[in-house]
Structures are given as structure tokens and as C-alpha cells.
Design a protein around this ligand. Sequence first.
Ligand code: IPD
Ligand code: CA
Ligand code: CA
Length: 254
Amino acid sequence: MIEKAVFISRIAGNIIREGFGKNLQIEFKTNKANIVTDIDKKSENIIKNFIRKEFPTHGILAEESGHEKGSSEFIWVIDPLDGTTNFAHGLPIFSVSIGVIKGKEIICGVVYDVMRDEVYSAEKGSGSHLNSKRIKVSSNSQIEESLLVTGFPYNISENPDNAIEKFSTIIKKARGVRRLGSAAIDFCYVASGVFEGFWEVDLNPWDACAGKLLVEEAGGKVTNFAGENIDIYSRQFLAGNGKINSILENILGK
Ligand code: IPD
Ligand code: CA
Ligand code: CA
């Protein structure tokens, strides 16, 4: 499965790269901030068609077309283009994210960072890799020396879970807080030790499925803001190197 996921994420990534900087057809989803392009849909279609052909009994949960039930317990969870706003504005930070769950357990995850041509992959029990090289979370336990990352959901104007206050508290304590605009890449950079931690409210399963496994297999910890175990349908995600998590839980869990 992991090989197939890597293969098709690269194919979808090629389509996205070809569309980058070109004329796009843009539609609004829930509001003007939340957009989808023709390339998101193209990417999703090619991934779904491939999975249907390779794994006809598996279910599919994909951002732009919803849930397609399968007869087996495997579900492919797909974000065909994570970072659509960046993509549409010409900022080269976006990815393809593909995870597979069996029951509630994530068993494989791939994130393809399209413009850097970097494949992050993880299989349950086999560690996390960046272009086949093993990656590990950082070992830093000091928030003052941490580089963190967060994201804001499309309904940020409603300030879900007091997201703005939480951001404001953390940015005053950390060395830096970034907002890259691709949650899947945020998880990858925690897995590879670039960031000590990542948090976001109101994520969808396709934003987090592959990334959660990547962080865990790299030695990190992914929970909700209270530090509790979660599945991909949790809306709150706190991913950290395991050393910084409790400090962030103390702030975010309030
Ligand atoms: C979004 C990105 C962004 C995050 C948003 C997501 P999309 O996904 O991951 O970083 O802050 O919450 O919805 O819409 O570009 O696939
Ligand atoms: Ca997404
Ligand atoms: Ca998307």
C-alpha cells in the first residue's frame, strides 16, 4: 500500500506542479477564504481512480467528493492538494496527503511536498522516512528554544476554541511560531525535527491522517489539546516531539 500511495502522490503532484502559476478555475466553498481549484479536483480524481483500480474493495474518504464506502475495513483518506490558498496565490508550499486507516488505526501515510519534491512516508511500526531516509523528531524540551507551527481554519473569524488567544499566548513564549498553510507539511516538519510542535483546531481527517502517523512513527506524540489519544476525526490536533507536548497542553488545554 505504501508503495502505491507514494506512486500516486507523485503522479498527482506532477499535475499540481504543471498547474502552478497557470490560469485556475476557482470556486468558493464555505466562504470567500475557502476555495477549491480545478487542479484540486483533477488531483483527487486521478488518485481515486487509481485506488479504485488497485484496491476495489477499499473505501475512500476524499476532501472534494466525500466518503465512498468499500466492502473491506480499509479506508484511503485523501487530501488531493493541501495548501490550496498558497497554490492559488503562487506560494510554493503545498502537498498531497494520503493516509490509509484500518478500522480506527492509521496504517500508512504519505505526504508529498510538491515543489520540494520530497516524499514523507510512514508505515505503522516501521518508522518515518523522508525520501527513504529515516527521520526523527527533535529532542528539545525548552519552549523558549522551540520553533513551532500552527494554522488557522477557514472559520477563524468565529475564533473556534479561542484560537487567537491561544496563538497569542504561545507566540510570546516560543522562539518562533510559523504559519505555513499546509497542515500536512506542518506535521512532516514535526516528524523531521524542524519544528518542535504543531497545533491547529478544526482540522479535517484528510489534513491529519498521514501526518499523525508520520509524527508518531518519528517518535513524537499526537493528541488533542488536553493530551488525550485521538483518532483522525478529532478536530483538535497537537503534534509534538513528546518533550514539548505537556507545556503546550497546559496552554492549549485550558
Ligand atoms: C488547509 C491547510 C491549512 C490549514 C487549514 C486547512 P486545504 O487545507 O492545511 O494549513 O490551516 O485548516 O483546511 O484547504 O488547503 O486543503
Ligand atoms: Ca487540507
Ligand atoms: Ca485540500
